[in-house]
Design a protein around this ligand. Structure first.
Ligand code: FE
Ligand code: FE
Ligand code: ZN
Length: 295
């Protein structure tokens, strides 16, 4: 079964229940949540998240929590040279894993971090140290941390499959790890997603192992391969294009993996209902952006 959805918000009074409602409105059977604004770390207490109500609505609609993921805020940097900031990141992510678990969700996507200190090896070691601490702080909790493949913008760690491998190697409890494969990011990081996706999968399999992929982000890119800019484009409207992304989504080697759209809003409107419909129909609609804008 195709597992497709998008990121949805968790805010207002409905919180998690609102996220489920939003996913259902897009005809999604998978979705990703930021537990608050992705650019800050203010979070509501767990008992205000409407978890029970969310689970009931999911059950009513036949949705499985196995296909839901949390995305940690992207301002968190486990590779920060400042030990106090790293300690803050570890504490925040420890709570985020607990929140994820309280919501019944089994994985949390994380941008590995940034080598803001300039030394990538040092940053990788700090990140791994942080991951080990978070995992130790949440022993016995069945939540994986899925490291996202990054575009390589600025000093981002996780631009190459080798760096992802290195991080997994440095984590003691590997059962708690996964990988989030992002199509825009890997193309921006100079992997030939458009020209040779099978070759990229072979390379990933060789360096990391395909079995580590626990979730995918499906985004087109506003820029050509290797641009390292990380600017997402709507499905089929970027440099990857419709056929490339459809082949990724329906690739038999990635069949059971939940696939999440993080494509941009079109004139303030979410594109996901329309993009998901187009993905299910496997037919490109060049007028989609106008349709979304006028919806
Ligand atoms: Fe991300
Ligand atoms: Fe992503
Ligand atoms: Zn991105």
């Amino acid at each position: 079964m195709l597992k497709i959805g998008s990121h949805v918000s968790m805010s207002g009074d409905d919180m998690f229940l609102g996220s489920v409602k939003e996913a259902i409105s897009y005809n999604a059977n998978s979705f990703m949540i930021y537990t608050g604004a992705p650019q800050n770390t203010r979070r509501r207490p767990i008992d205000e998240l409407k978890i029970k109500e969310a689970h009931e609505l999911m059950e009513e609609h036949g949705l499985s929590l196995d296909n839901v993921v949390v995305h940690a805020p992207y301002i968190i940097n486990l590779g920060n040279p400042d030990p106090e900031k790293r300690a803050f990141a570890v504490n925040f992510l420890t709570d985020e894993v607990k929140r994820t678990h309280a919501m019944g969700i089994k994985q949390m996507v994380l941008h590995p971090g940034n080598a803001t200190g300039g030394n990538r090896e040092e940053a990788i070691n700090w990140i791994a140290e942080g991951l080990n601490e978070i995992i130790n702080n949440t022993k016995g909790i069945d939540v994986k941390i899925a490291l996202e493949t990054m575009a390589g913008k600025g000093t981002e760690v996780g631009r190459t499959f080798e760096e992802i491998r290195q991080l997994i190697d440095l984590v003691q409890d590997k059962d708690r790890m996964g990988v989030c494969f992002d199509t825009c990011h890997t193309s921006d990081a100079n992997y030939p997603i458009k020209d040779d996706f099978e070759g990229v999968l072979d390379e990933f399999d060789k360096v990391v192992g395909l079995e580590w992929i626990t979730v995918m982000h499906i985004n087109d890119s506003k820029n050509e391969q290797g641009a390292a800019k990380d600017r997402h484009e709507n499905f089929g409207f970027g440099h990857l294009g419709f056929d490339t992304l459809i082949n990724v989504i329906y690739n038999p080697r990635l069949k059971d993996i939940p696939k999440i759209l993080e494509t941009p809003y079109v004139e303030g409107k979410p594109p996901y209902k329309h993009e998901i419909e187009m993905i299910r129909n496997k037919e490109f609609n060049p007028d989609l952006k106008e349709i979304i804008a006028n919806s």
